[in-house]
Design a protein around this ligand. Structure first.
Ligand SMILES: *[C@@H]1O[C@H](CO)[C@@H](O)[C@H](O)[C@H]1NC(C)=O
Length: 444
Protein backbone atom coordinates (compact mmCIF):
# COMPACT_ATOMS: atom_id res chain seq x y z
CA UNK A 1 0.00 0.00 0.00
CA UNK A 2 2.83 2.37 1.12
CA UNK A 3 4.75 1.43 -1.98
CA UNK A 4 1.68 2.12 -3.97
CA UNK A 5 1.14 5.67 -2.49
CA UNK A 6 4.80 6.39 -3.06
CA UNK A 7 4.45 5.42 -6.73
CA UNK A 8 1.42 7.65 -7.02
CA UNK A 9 3.44 10.70 -5.69
CA UNK A 10 6.08 10.07 -8.35
CA UNK A 11 3.44 9.82 -10.95
CA UNK A 12 1.91 13.08 -9.80
CA UNK A 13 5.28 14.79 -9.90
CA UNK A 14 5.99 13.58 -13.41
CA UNK A 15 2.59 14.73 -14.55
CA UNK A 16 3.16 18.17 -13.02
CA UNK A 17 6.53 18.38 -14.76
CA UNK A 18 4.98 17.39 -18.06
CA UNK A 19 2.24 19.95 -17.57
CA UNK A 20 4.75 22.72 -16.84
CA UNK A 21 6.79 21.67 -19.87
CA UNK A 22 3.73 21.77 -22.13
CA UNK A 23 2.72 25.16 -20.75
CA UNK A 24 6.19 26.56 -21.43
CA UNK A 25 6.15 25.22 -25.01
CA UNK A 26 2.71 26.65 -25.53
CA UNK A 27 3.84 30.00 -24.26
CA UNK A 28 6.90 29.99 -26.52
CA UNK A 29 4.82 29.10 -29.58
CA UNK A 30 2.23 31.70 -28.68
CA UNK A 31 4.75 34.50 -28.43
CA UNK A 32 6.35 33.38 -31.72
CA UNK A 33 2.94 33.65 -33.39
CA UNK A 34 2.42 37.06 -31.83
CA UNK A 35 5.70 38.23 -33.34
CA UNK A 36 4.75 36.89 -36.76
CA UNK A 37 1.33 38.51 -36.49
CA UNK A 38 2.92 41.85 -35.66
CA UNK A 39 5.27 41.53 -38.65
CA UNK A 40 2.35 40.63 -40.94
CA UNK A 41 0.35 43.59 -39.71
CA UNK A 42 3.25 45.89 -40.26
CA UNK A 43 3.76 44.74 -43.86
CA UNK A 44 0.03 45.03 -44.48
CA UNK A 45 0.18 48.61 -43.28
CA UNK A 46 3.09 49.28 -45.62
CA UNK A 47 1.12 47.79 -48.50
CA UNK A 48 -1.88 49.92 -47.70
CA UNK A 49 0.11 53.12 -47.66
CA UNK A 50 1.78 52.24 -50.95
CA UNK A 51 -1.63 51.56 -52.44
CA UNK A 52 -2.89 54.91 -51.18
CA UNK A 53 0.13 56.56 -52.79
CA UNK A 54 -0.63 54.84 -56.11
CA UNK A 55 -4.29 55.80 -55.90
CA UNK A 56 -3.26 59.39 -55.29
CA UNK A 57 -0.94 59.29 -58.29
CA UNK A 58 -3.63 57.78 -60.54
CA UNK A 59 -6.20 60.35 -59.59
CA UNK A 60 -3.62 63.08 -60.23
CA UNK A 61 -2.99 61.65 -63.73
CA UNK A 62 -6.71 61.42 -64.39
CA UNK A 63 -7.00 65.07 -63.44
CA UNK A 64 -4.30 65.89 -65.95
CA UNK A 65 -6.02 63.88 -68.70
CA UNK A 66 -9.26 65.74 -68.09
CA UNK A 67 -7.38 69.06 -68.23
CA UNK A 68 -5.70 68.04 -71.53
CA UNK A 69 -9.03 66.98 -72.98
CA UNK A 70 -10.50 70.34 -72.11
CA UNK A 71 -7.48 72.09 -73.64
CA UNK A 72 -7.95 70.09 -76.85
CA UNK A 73 -11.65 70.95 -76.96
CA UNK A 74 -10.79 74.63 -76.57
CA UNK A 75 -8.16 74.47 -79.30
CA UNK A 76 -10.54 72.66 -81.65
CA UNK A 77 -13.07 75.37 -81.06
CA UNK A 78 -10.48 78.09 -81.72
CA UNK A 79 -9.47 76.26 -84.89
CA UNK A 80 -13.08 76.16 -86.09
CA UNK A 81 -13.45 79.85 -85.32
CA UNK A 82 -10.28 80.67 -87.26
CA UNK A 83 -11.42 78.60 -90.21
CA UNK A 84 -14.77 80.39 -90.27
CA UNK A 85 -12.94 83.69 -90.05
CA UNK A 86 -10.71 82.78 -93.01
CA UNK A 87 -13.72 81.70 -95.08
CA UNK A 88 -15.45 84.93 -94.25
CA UNK A 89 -12.38 86.97 -95.19
CA UNK A 90 -11.99 85.02 -98.45
CA UNK A 91 -15.63 85.64 -99.29
CA UNK A 92 -15.35 89.34 -98.45
CA UNK A 93 -12.12 89.60 -100.43
CA UNK A 94 -13.82 88.00 -103.42
CA UNK A 95 -16.90 90.20 -103.12
CA UNK A 96 -14.65 93.21 -103.02
CA UNK A 97 -12.85 92.09 -106.16
CA UNK A 98 -15.87 90.85 -108.12
CA UNK A 99 -18.35 93.47 -109.13
CA UNK A 100 -21.77 92.15 -108.11
CA UNK A 101 -23.32 93.13 -111.45
CA UNK A 102 -20.60 91.90 -113.79
CA UNK A 103 -20.14 88.19 -114.42
CA UNK A 104 -16.39 87.53 -114.54
CA UNK A 105 -14.95 86.22 -117.82
CA UNK A 106 -12.34 84.12 -116.04
CA UNK A 107 -10.48 83.84 -112.78
CA UNK A 108 -6.73 84.41 -113.23
CA UNK A 109 -4.51 82.30 -111.02
CA UNK A 110 -0.75 82.58 -110.58
CA UNK A 111 0.76 79.28 -109.44
CA UNK A 112 3.54 80.10 -106.97
CA UNK A 113 5.82 78.18 -104.66
CA UNK A 114 9.06 79.64 -103.35
CA UNK A 115 10.25 82.48 -105.63
CA UNK A 116 9.06 85.73 -104.02
CA UNK A 117 11.09 88.01 -106.30
CA UNK A 118 9.76 86.29 -109.45
CA UNK A 119 6.22 86.43 -108.09
CA UNK A 120 6.50 90.17 -107.54
CA UNK A 121 7.59 90.74 -111.14
CA UNK A 122 4.69 88.57 -112.38
CA UNK A 123 2.05 90.28 -110.23
CA UNK A 124 3.27 93.74 -111.28
CA UNK A 125 3.05 92.78 -114.96
CA UNK A 126 -0.47 91.39 -114.52
CA UNK A 127 -1.77 94.36 -112.52
CA UNK A 128 -0.51 96.74 -115.20
CA UNK A 129 -3.20 95.44 -117.58
CA UNK A 130 -5.69 93.79 -115.19
CA UNK A 131 -6.47 96.80 -112.94
CA UNK A 132 -8.88 98.37 -115.43
CA UNK A 133 -10.58 94.97 -115.99
CA UNK A 134 -10.35 93.67 -112.42
CA UNK A 135 -14.02 92.75 -112.11
CA UNK A 136 -13.91 90.64 -115.30
CA UNK A 137 -10.64 88.91 -114.40
CA UNK A 138 -10.41 88.45 -110.60
CA UNK A 139 -6.81 87.66 -109.68
CA UNK A 140 -5.65 84.85 -107.37
CA UNK A 141 -2.24 83.74 -106.20
CA UNK A 142 -2.08 80.10 -105.18
CA UNK A 143 0.95 79.17 -103.13
CA UNK A 144 2.13 75.60 -102.71
CA UNK A 145 3.77 75.26 -99.31
CA UNK A 146 4.81 77.65 -96.60
CA UNK A 147 7.58 79.90 -97.95
CA UNK A 148 7.09 83.00 -95.74
CA UNK A 149 8.47 85.47 -98.33
CA UNK A 150 6.05 84.33 -101.04
CA UNK A 151 3.20 84.39 -98.55
CA UNK A 152 3.88 87.91 -97.30
CA UNK A 153 4.55 89.15 -100.85
CA UNK A 154 1.18 87.82 -102.05
CA UNK A 155 -0.64 89.13 -98.98
CA UNK A 156 0.86 92.60 -99.50
CA UNK A 157 -1.45 93.17 -102.52
CA UNK A 158 -5.10 93.84 -101.76
CA UNK A 159 -5.96 93.54 -105.49
CA UNK A 160 -5.71 89.75 -105.29
CA UNK A 161 -7.02 86.79 -103.31
CA UNK A 162 -4.41 84.58 -101.69
CA UNK A 163 -4.83 80.81 -101.56
CA UNK A 164 -2.45 78.40 -99.83
CA UNK A 165 -2.08 74.71 -100.59
CA UNK A 166 -0.75 72.87 -97.54
CA UNK A 167 -0.03 69.26 -98.33
CA UNK A 168 1.84 67.09 -95.84
CA UNK A 169 1.03 63.81 -97.57
CA UNK A 170 4.39 62.15 -98.39
CA UNK A 171 5.23 61.76 -102.11
CA UNK A 172 5.94 58.29 -103.45
CA UNK A 173 7.53 58.56 -106.91
CA UNK A 174 6.85 55.80 -109.43
CA UNK A 175 10.54 55.38 -110.28
CA UNK A 176 13.63 55.96 -108.13
CA UNK A 177 15.50 59.21 -108.86
CA UNK A 178 12.43 61.11 -110.08
CA UNK A 179 12.03 64.69 -108.92
CA UNK A 180 9.36 65.04 -106.24
CA UNK A 181 8.67 68.57 -107.56
CA UNK A 182 6.70 67.24 -110.56
CA UNK A 183 4.42 65.34 -108.18
CA UNK A 184 3.96 68.35 -105.90
CA UNK A 185 3.15 70.59 -108.91
CA UNK A 186 0.49 68.19 -110.22
CA UNK A 187 -1.17 68.05 -106.79
CA UNK A 188 -1.07 71.84 -106.49
CA UNK A 189 -2.71 72.31 -109.92
CA UNK A 190 -5.47 69.84 -109.06
CA UNK A 191 -6.14 71.53 -105.74
CA UNK A 192 -6.10 75.10 -107.09
CA UNK A 193 -8.34 74.33 -110.07
CA UNK A 194 -10.80 72.41 -107.88
CA UNK A 195 -10.93 75.45 -105.56
CA UNK A 196 -11.55 77.92 -108.39
CA UNK A 197 -14.05 75.84 -110.37
CA UNK A 198 -15.92 74.12 -107.54
CA UNK A 199 -15.53 76.26 -104.43
CA UNK A 200 -15.55 79.69 -106.11
CA UNK A 201 -17.66 78.49 -109.02
CA UNK A 202 -15.90 80.20 -111.93
CA UNK A 203 -16.77 79.10 -115.46
CA UNK A 204 -13.26 79.66 -116.80
CA UNK A 205 -9.80 79.91 -115.31
CA UNK A 206 -6.64 81.40 -116.84
CA UNK A 207 -3.55 79.69 -115.43
CA UNK A 208 -0.24 81.52 -115.14
CA UNK A 209 3.00 80.65 -113.41
CA UNK A 210 5.10 82.79 -111.09
CA UNK A 211 7.73 83.64 -113.72
CA UNK A 212 5.67 85.21 -116.49
CA UNK A 213 5.02 88.65 -117.90
CA UNK A 214 1.96 89.32 -120.01
CA UNK A 215 1.27 91.30 -123.20
CA UNK A 216 -0.86 94.51 -123.28
CA UNK A 217 -3.75 92.69 -125.01
CA UNK A 218 -3.53 89.53 -122.89
CA UNK A 219 -6.99 89.92 -121.35
CA UNK A 220 -8.70 91.10 -124.55
CA UNK A 221 -7.27 88.05 -126.31
CA UNK A 222 -8.71 85.65 -123.74
CA UNK A 223 -11.95 87.62 -123.66
CA UNK A 224 -12.44 87.07 -127.39
CA UNK A 225 -11.32 83.44 -127.18
CA UNK A 226 -13.80 82.70 -124.38
CA UNK A 227 -16.77 82.51 -126.76
CA UNK A 228 -14.74 80.30 -129.13
CA UNK A 229 -14.07 77.97 -126.21
CA UNK A 230 -17.78 77.93 -125.27
CA UNK A 231 -19.10 77.36 -128.77
CA UNK A 232 -16.62 74.84 -130.15
CA UNK A 233 -16.26 71.70 -128.06
CA UNK A 234 -13.38 70.55 -130.26
CA UNK A 235 -11.26 73.29 -128.64
CA UNK A 236 -9.86 71.92 -125.40
CA UNK A 237 -8.13 75.08 -124.16
CA UNK A 238 -6.82 78.45 -125.34
CA UNK A 239 -3.15 79.28 -124.86
CA UNK A 240 -1.23 82.53 -125.02
CA UNK A 241 1.91 80.64 -126.00
CA UNK A 242 3.64 79.61 -129.24
CA UNK A 243 6.55 77.20 -128.72
CA UNK A 244 8.12 78.51 -131.95
CA UNK A 245 7.45 82.11 -130.90
CA UNK A 246 11.08 83.29 -130.99
CA UNK A 247 11.64 86.69 -132.63
CA UNK A 248 12.98 85.21 -135.86
CA UNK A 249 9.88 83.04 -136.43
CA UNK A 250 6.96 85.42 -135.86
CA UNK A 251 5.49 88.48 -137.60
CA UNK A 252 1.74 88.87 -137.33
CA UNK A 253 0.22 89.86 -133.94
CA UNK A 254 -3.29 89.18 -135.34
CA UNK A 255 -2.68 85.59 -136.46
CA UNK A 256 -4.09 82.67 -134.45
CA UNK A 257 -3.85 78.93 -135.13
CA UNK A 258 -5.28 75.64 -134.02
CA UNK A 259 -2.80 73.06 -132.74
CA UNK A 260 -2.97 69.40 -131.78
CA UNK A 261 -0.14 69.96 -129.28
CA UNK A 262 -0.97 71.44 -125.85
CA UNK A 263 1.26 74.54 -125.55
CA UNK A 264 0.67 75.25 -121.83
CA UNK A 265 2.23 78.38 -120.29
CA UNK A 266 -0.59 80.91 -119.83
CA UNK A 267 -3.75 79.08 -120.84
CA UNK A 268 -7.49 79.17 -120.30
CA UNK A 269 -9.62 76.20 -119.38
CA UNK A 270 -13.41 75.93 -119.06
CA UNK A 271 -15.30 74.24 -116.25
CA UNK A 272 -16.80 71.57 -118.51
CA UNK A 273 -13.30 70.44 -119.50
CA UNK A 274 -12.15 70.50 -115.88
CA UNK A 275 -15.16 68.33 -114.94
CA UNK A 276 -13.66 65.75 -117.27
CA UNK A 277 -10.00 66.15 -116.24
CA UNK A 278 -10.24 66.63 -112.48
CA UNK A 279 -11.22 63.05 -111.47
CA UNK A 280 -8.50 61.58 -113.73
CA UNK A 281 -5.76 64.15 -113.01
CA UNK A 282 -2.33 62.47 -113.02
CA UNK A 283 0.10 62.16 -110.09
CA UNK A 284 2.88 63.98 -112.01
CA UNK A 285 3.86 65.49 -115.41
CA UNK A 286 0.36 66.89 -115.96
CA UNK A 287 1.30 68.86 -119.12
CA UNK A 288 2.71 65.84 -120.96
CA UNK A 289 -0.33 63.89 -119.75
CA UNK A 290 -2.57 66.43 -121.54
CA UNK A 291 -0.56 65.79 -124.73
CA UNK A 292 -1.57 62.11 -124.84
CA UNK A 293 -4.29 61.18 -127.35
CA UNK A 294 -6.21 59.29 -124.65
CA UNK A 295 -6.63 62.61 -122.80
CA UNK A 296 -7.04 65.29 -125.51
CA UNK A 297 -9.12 62.84 -127.57
CA UNK A 298 -8.41 64.60 -130.86
CA UNK A 299 -9.38 68.07 -129.62
CA UNK A 300 -7.24 71.11 -130.42
CA UNK A 301 -5.77 74.15 -128.72
CA UNK A 302 -5.87 77.76 -129.90
CA UNK A 303 -2.48 79.48 -129.93
CA UNK A 304 -1.31 82.87 -131.17
CA UNK A 305 1.55 83.45 -133.59
CA UNK A 306 3.07 86.07 -131.29
CA UNK A 307 3.18 85.04 -127.61
CA UNK A 308 1.03 86.88 -125.06
CA UNK A 309 3.21 85.67 -122.18
CA UNK A 310 6.94 85.86 -121.68
CA UNK A 311 8.67 83.32 -119.47
CA UNK A 312 11.56 84.98 -117.62
CA UNK A 313 12.19 82.10 -115.19
CA UNK A 314 15.79 81.20 -115.81
CA UNK A 315 16.07 79.55 -112.40
CA UNK A 316 13.41 76.91 -111.99
CA UNK A 317 12.37 73.59 -113.42
CA UNK A 318 13.60 74.57 -116.92
CA UNK A 319 17.33 74.24 -117.45
CA UNK A 320 19.67 77.09 -118.30
CA UNK A 321 20.54 75.96 -121.82
CA UNK A 322 16.87 75.45 -122.67
CA UNK A 323 16.10 78.95 -121.39
CA UNK A 324 18.83 80.57 -123.49
CA UNK A 325 17.83 78.76 -126.67
CA UNK A 326 14.03 78.74 -126.55
CA UNK A 327 12.63 81.04 -123.84
CA UNK A 328 14.85 84.11 -123.75
CA UNK A 329 14.46 84.96 -127.50
CA UNK A 330 10.62 84.72 -127.35
CA UNK A 331 8.85 87.76 -128.80
CA UNK A 332 6.27 89.13 -126.36
CA UNK A 333 3.53 90.89 -128.30
CA UNK A 334 3.61 94.68 -127.88
CA UNK A 335 0.66 95.61 -130.15
CA UNK A 336 -2.65 96.37 -128.48
CA UNK A 337 -4.92 94.33 -130.77
CA UNK A 338 -8.64 95.12 -130.56
CA UNK A 339 -9.74 91.51 -130.22
CA UNK A 340 -13.36 92.41 -129.55
CA UNK A 341 -13.77 93.66 -133.12
CA UNK A 342 -11.96 90.70 -134.74
CA UNK A 343 -13.92 88.02 -136.55
CA UNK A 344 -12.52 84.76 -135.17
CA UNK A 345 -15.02 82.43 -136.80
CA UNK A 346 -12.29 81.10 -139.12
CA UNK A 347 -10.94 79.24 -136.07
CA UNK A 348 -14.00 77.06 -135.58
CA UNK A 349 -13.58 73.40 -136.46
CA UNK A 350 -15.71 73.41 -139.60
CA UNK A 351 -13.97 76.48 -141.11
CA UNK A 352 -10.42 76.11 -139.93
CA UNK A 353 -9.39 73.01 -141.92
CA UNK A 354 -10.36 74.77 -145.17
CA UNK A 355 -8.74 78.02 -144.08
CA UNK A 356 -5.48 76.32 -143.16
CA UNK A 357 -5.56 73.98 -146.18
CA UNK A 358 -5.77 76.90 -148.60
CA UNK A 359 -2.63 78.45 -147.05
CA UNK A 360 -0.72 75.16 -147.30
CA UNK A 361 -1.96 74.54 -150.83
CA UNK A 362 -0.78 77.96 -152.01
CA UNK A 363 2.71 77.50 -150.56
CA UNK A 364 5.49 76.54 -153.04
CA UNK A 365 6.79 73.01 -152.47
CA UNK A 366 10.53 72.86 -151.76
CA UNK A 367 12.45 69.58 -152.17
CA UNK A 368 15.92 68.34 -151.33
CA UNK A 369 18.25 68.58 -148.39
CA UNK A 370 19.03 72.32 -148.46
CA UNK A 371 15.47 73.44 -147.68
CA UNK A 372 16.60 76.44 -145.66
CA UNK A 373 18.65 77.88 -148.52
CA UNK A 374 15.89 77.24 -151.07
CA UNK A 375 13.21 78.71 -148.79
CA UNK A 376 15.29 81.85 -148.31
CA UNK A 377 15.34 82.44 -152.06
CA UNK A 378 11.59 82.23 -152.58
CA UNK A 379 9.44 85.31 -151.96
CA UNK A 380 6.15 83.75 -150.86
CA UNK A 381 5.14 80.88 -148.55
CA UNK A 382 6.93 77.55 -148.95
CA UNK A 383 6.25 74.00 -147.85
CA UNK A 384 8.74 71.28 -147.03
CA UNK A 385 7.63 67.66 -146.77
CA UNK A 386 8.96 65.30 -144.07
CA UNK A 387 8.80 61.51 -144.25
CA UNK A 388 8.88 60.58 -140.56
CA UNK A 389 9.90 61.81 -137.11
CA UNK A 390 13.64 61.52 -137.82
CA UNK A 391 13.25 63.45 -141.06
CA UNK A 392 11.19 66.12 -139.30
CA UNK A 393 13.88 66.50 -136.61
CA UNK A 394 16.53 66.99 -139.29
CA UNK A 395 14.54 69.76 -141.03
CA UNK A 396 13.53 71.39 -137.71
CA UNK A 397 17.19 71.45 -136.65
CA UNK A 398 18.15 73.23 -139.88
CA UNK A 399 15.61 76.00 -139.30
CA UNK A 400 16.17 76.08 -135.52
CA UNK A 401 12.60 75.33 -134.44
CA UNK A 402 11.52 72.78 -131.80
CA UNK A 403 12.30 69.17 -132.72
CA UNK A 404 10.32 67.60 -129.91
CA UNK A 405 7.37 65.23 -130.43
CA UNK A 406 4.81 63.88 -127.96
CA UNK A 407 2.55 60.94 -128.76
CA UNK A 408 3.13 61.29 -132.51
CA UNK A 409 2.65 65.08 -132.66
CA UNK A 410 5.44 67.66 -133.22
CA UNK A 411 5.23 70.81 -131.08
CA UNK A 412 2.72 73.39 -132.46
CA UNK A 413 1.57 71.00 -135.24
CA UNK A 414 -1.91 70.91 -136.75
CA UNK A 415 -2.63 67.71 -138.70
CA UNK A 416 1.11 67.10 -138.80
CA UNK A 417 1.93 70.57 -140.20
CA UNK A 418 4.27 72.89 -138.31
CA UNK A 419 4.10 76.52 -139.49
CA UNK A 420 6.35 79.49 -138.71
CA UNK A 421 7.62 82.65 -140.40
CA UNK A 422 11.08 82.72 -141.81
CA UNK A 423 13.04 86.00 -142.00
CA UNK A 424 10.13 87.91 -143.64
CA UNK A 425 6.34 87.46 -143.55
CA UNK A 426 7.02 84.29 -145.58
CA UNK A 427 5.46 81.25 -143.97
CA UNK A 428 7.25 77.91 -143.91
CA UNK A 429 5.01 74.85 -143.59
CA UNK A 430 6.75 71.62 -142.58
CA UNK A 431 4.28 69.08 -143.88
CA UNK A 432 3.80 65.51 -142.63
CA UNK A 433 3.37 62.39 -144.81
CA UNK A 434 -0.42 62.31 -144.24
CA UNK A 435 -1.03 66.04 -143.83
CA UNK A 436 -2.10 66.87 -147.40
CA UNK A 437 -4.62 64.06 -147.32
CA UNK A 438 -5.93 65.07 -143.90
CA UNK A 439 -6.31 68.66 -145.09
CA UNK A 440 -8.22 67.54 -148.19
CA UNK A 441 -5.53 68.89 -150.56
CA UNK A 442 -4.62 65.46 -151.90
CA UNK A 443 -6.84 62.43 -152.13
CA UNK A 444 -5.72 58.93 -151.32
C1 LIG B 1 -16.99 86.38 -140.01
O1 LIG B 1 -16.30 85.72 -141.05
C2 LIG B 1 -17.05 84.68 -141.68
C3 LIG B 1 -16.14 84.04 -142.70
O2 LIG B 1 -15.09 83.40 -142.10
C4 LIG B 1 -18.30 85.25 -142.31
O3 LIG B 1 -19.05 84.21 -142.86
C5 LIG B 1 -19.13 85.95 -141.23
O4 LIG B 1 -20.23 86.58 -141.79
C6 LIG B 1 -18.26 86.98 -140.51
N1 LIG B 1 -19.01 87.53 -139.40
C7 LIG B 1 -19.07 88.83 -139.18
C8 LIG B 1 -19.88 89.24 -138.00
O5 LIG B 1 -18.52 89.66 -139.87
Amino acid sequence: MVKCSCDFKYLLFAAAAAFIYIQMRLFATQSEYADRLAAAMESENRCMSQMRLLIDQISMQQGRIVALEEEKKRQDQECRQLRALIQDLERKGLEKIIDQVQVPVAAVVVMACNRADYLERTIKSILKYQSSLASKYPLFVSQDGEDPHVRSKALSYNQLTYMQHLDYEPVHTDRPGELIAYYKIARHYKWALDQLFYKHNFNRVIILEDDMEIAPDFFEYFGAAASLLDNDKSIMAVSSWNDNGQKQFVQDPYALYRSDFFPGLGWMLSKSTWDELSPRWPKAYWDDWLRLKENHKGRQFIRPEVCRTYNFGEHGSSFGQFFKQYLEPIKLNDVKVDWQSMNLSYLTEEKYTKHFASMVKNARPVYGTDAVFKASNIDGDVRVQYKNQLDFERIARQFGIFEEWKDGVPRTAYKGVVVFRYKTTRRVFIVGPESLQQLGIEHA
